[in-house]
Design a protein around this ligand. Sequence first.
Ligand code: PA5
Length: 447
Amino acid sequence: MENIKLTVSRSFDFVSQAAVENYKELAEKANLDLHNGAGAGSDFLGWLHLPSQTSAEFLADIEQTAQTLRRQCDIVVCIGIGGSYLGAKAVIDALSNSFDWLQQPRKNPVVVYAGQNIGEDYLFELQNLLKNRKFGIICISKSGTTTEPALAFRLLKTQLEQQQGLAAAKDLIVCITDKSRGALRTLANKEGYKTYIIEDNIGGRFSALSPVGLLPIAVAGFDVQALINGAYSIEQQTDISIPFHKNIAAQYAAVRNELYKNGKKIEILVNFHPKLHCISEWWKQLYGESEGKDGKGIFPAAVDFTTDLHSMGQWIQDGERSIFETVISVKTPNHTTIFPAWEQNLDGMNFLAGKRVDEVNKMAELGAMLAHLDGGVPQLKIELPALSEYYIGQLLYFFERACGISGYLLGINPFDQPGVEAYKKNMFALLDKPGYEEQSKAIKARI
Ligand code: PA5
């Protein structure tokens, strides 16, 4: 097996290699603090050794539950928000056929999502889609009290029970939540649903390689053992025994922190394959929620190229020079499409005849990157040998480990998210939730 590869040299026109090498001690200490649980947020380091600690028996159990849902359902609704759905969606989208939901006949159910928004039309349309269809539910909430998934779950559980009857519905619902706390745990125990536990020491955005990500990914028909194997290989390659110059997580963390110090406040994650769009969404949450605090933090943004070269390309080439790009490049696509020759060449495109479409994509990638470099945009590149479970597993773990190191280099606690509570308090006060009477009066006086 190959490995994902990090290249940082296109940043050295903007920050010096020596300045990055100066992070050696700090980055190695940050990695050691993660390992020893000696840094901020050390109660939330359960993800660090998750790949090496995931047993074959546990994966077999996940696979068995997935098979039960696969056998009985045409559609499985994955309910969750933030870290409770983004990892699964990122992996499923990256590995699926781009037109997956239209494929017939199909081996596996279509996985759709709910509880990641409160759009009434979205929920109405979803309920309409599920009418008289064989569907199942995976409800994921660590706290078991988050409003968005709780709202979606009540609607869809009611519908499932009406369509299937109480007894049959019970076998079509799986809950993933805390082992003892929260309304979802109470409800799941009372109803006798199959459940999986999200360990106390694994925060939502670091939970993609736990049952939170693994069950929906297995339901969609992907090899979760290969995903974990890939993650495990990077767990080993970013371990404390690996020196700074060879540790890709430490290198990535150091370069982005040095760029940030030098005024590059926005990191744009770039992909050249539309099925990687949700990898960027997952990454945005991982880095945004982990690092954006105490008045600090790189703003994580993302673009899909070449699509967005025709929109955001202008800003990136010519706008304020406060950005850097991290490009996810896929070495070899899974399929081959050759551009045909036309005798009359009416469209003038014969210069591409006989080439793979990917060769055009790669030249667009190189062309855009060199242009952006000329325009003053530092770059990092992460190359994946291919889009497979193994390499996506490598990528996820790489970003997680680098995020922990990077957060410590920045001097913040990467494992809390106090800022997310502010909107919830206001919303509960505005909706007259019991217990929020005081806040309710105060907020209503402001509007
Ligand atoms: O990373 C996080 O902790 C958050 O994004 C959570 O995953 C998200 O808020 C959902 O929380 P819960 O799983 O408790 O419903």
